[in-house]
Design a binder for this molecule. Structure first.
Ligand SMILES: CC(C)(COP(=O)(O)OP(=O)(O)OC[C@H]1O[C@@H](n2cnc3c(N)ncnc32)[C@H](O)[C@@H]1OP(=O)(O)O)[C@@H](O)C(=O)NCCC(=O)NCCS
Length: 142
């Protein structure tokens, strides 16, 4: 499949997809916690047909009472085709107005670059004692 042929849709995860999502290795959270997020509409999926090729978890008031994207991941084989950007754009539409935070480790060049490109600005750095890869917090006013 060429880049031009990749037709995908962005949509909220449904309760029926909860089990499939919980089985993905990226999830360290419990099925119960994931289920709550799915029920609230906080989990967006990028799908080609029934295949899940990307996901984003967006939490309303999840970061010091502000909106935050807590996880975004795209299938390794399908990266660099705009899917990450499309997921974040959908989250921005969902939140409408206000502030949206994203965070990633300083060493995560792809995510830092995505944040820069989408107009997010670095607002702070969280240094975790004993670790040398700080969490960089980005913000955009929608
Ligand atoms: C970060 C991630 C979600 C990006 O998804 P993606 O679908 O590849 O992103 P896009 O195609 O929309 O890329 C948008 C921009 O991000 C930047 N970017 C993406 N991948 C990059 C890479 N490997 N190197 C440098 N910049 C990169 C570029 O600026 C890119 O724009 P460009 O292609 O026009 O240069 C993906 O790399 C991923 O799943 N990483 C593993 C999970 C992760 O680290 N998530 C973030 C922490 S929660």
């Amino acid at each position: 499949m060429s880049e031009a042929d990749l037709v995908y849709q962005i949509m909220p995860a449904t309760a029926a997809e909860r089990e499939r999502l919980a089985a993905l290795p990226v999830f360290s959270m419990s099925a119960q916690s994931l289920g709550r997020k799915v029920a609230r509409g906080d989990v967006l999926l990028a799908k080609v047909g029934e295949e899940i090729i990307g996901l984003l978890i967006a939490e309303l008031y999840g970061f010091f009472d502000e909106n935050v994207v807590s996880l975004i991941i795209v299938d390794e084989q399908k990266r660099r085709r705009g899917i990450g950007t499309a997921l974040v754009e959908e989250a921005e539409k969902l939140f409408g107005k206000g502030k949206l935070f994203m965070a990633t480790n300083d060493s995560n060049a792809p995510m830092c670059s995505l944040c820069d490109k989408m107009g997010y600005v670095k607002v702070c750095q969280i240094d975790v004692p004993g670790e040398d890869d700080p969490e960089i917090v980005y913000l955009k006013r929608l």
